[in-house]
Design a protein around this ligand. Structure first.
Ligand code: SAH
Length: 231
């Protein structure tokens, strides 16, 4: 009897993570269908990445049940992980290709970096809050994202040693487009960045560099935490 109970116990403890994992996968499939594809995101690689990256492992434990909901969530230090749709939209806007090297400013949880890392060759991501940067670095490594480099620094300055980049994704709002980021964008490259006053409504802007000229296009109003400056 005791032995049977023991075996039942072992069976459930071994299968529980798999069951929980399947449940999360189902939630992701629904998230992509209802929140992302329905709103017009079409890039197959982006949709696939959003179905694969385990977003619930990028949020604090107490928010795991809300990981696949249609809104941003707090990640500590007054920062947030963006709404899934916004992550997908920003990723689609830069037209990511398998061979690309992409810079992200504002690592936060590391989620956007993981989504990019599913699609492109190499992701460089900069975070100004050391605790968040270190945590994201460890998390990304443990999840097997070996093609992401995390740096703790003021991302206003980009990552000059690794420039130029095929694309840049800025996930904190500035009141202007940082000139160093424009300088570090490749010819033909795209940058997506929320621009506007901190804590008020900002505009998501798509910046393109063509034949040395910089063009900008308003995409939609958004709300991001501010891009803060290092001392
Ligand atoms: N992309 C993140 C969410 C970003 S929240 C994710 O997927 O979870 C914005 C992040 O930008 C915060 O972590 C904030 O600390 C960081 N940040 C703000 N100003 C910055 C700066 N000047 N350089 C780098 N990171 C900055």
């Amino acid at each position: 009897m005791l032995r049977v109970l023991l075996w039942i116990g072992i069976f459930f403890s071994l299968s529980f993570p798999a069951i929980a994992g399947n449940l999360m996968e189902e939630k992701r499939v629904e998230m992509v269908r209802l929140q992302i594809a329905r709103r017009g995101v079409e890039d197959a690689a982006v949709l696939k990445a959003m179905r694969v990256v385990p977003r619930h492992l990028f949020v604090p434990n107490y928010l795991i049940d809300e990981a696949y909901q249609d809104y941003p969530l707090p990640i500590g230090y007054g920062q947030t992980i963006s709404q899934p749709y916004i992550v997908a939209l920003m990723t689609e806007l830069i037209k990511p290709q398998a061979g690309h090297r992409v810079l992200e400013i504002g690592t936060g949880s590391g989620y956007q970096a993981a989504v990019l890392a599913e699609i492109v060759k190499k992701v460089f991501t900069v975070e100004i809050i050391p605790e968040l940067g270190e945590k994201a670095k460890k998390r990304l490594w443990e999840l097997g994202y070996k093609n992401v480099s995390v740096r703790v620094a003021d991302g206003y300055n980009g990552w000059p040693e690794e420039a130029p980049f095929d694309a840049i994704v800025v996930t904190a709002a500035a009141d202007h487009i940082p000139p160093p980021l424009i300088a570090q964008l490749k010819e033909g490259g795209k940058m997506v960045i929320p621009v506007g006053s901190p804590f008020l409504v900002q505009n998501l802007i798509l910046v393109e560099k063509k034949q040395g000229r910089v063009t900008t296009r308003n995409i939609l109003p958004v709300r991001f935490v501010p891009l803060t400056r290092g001392k």
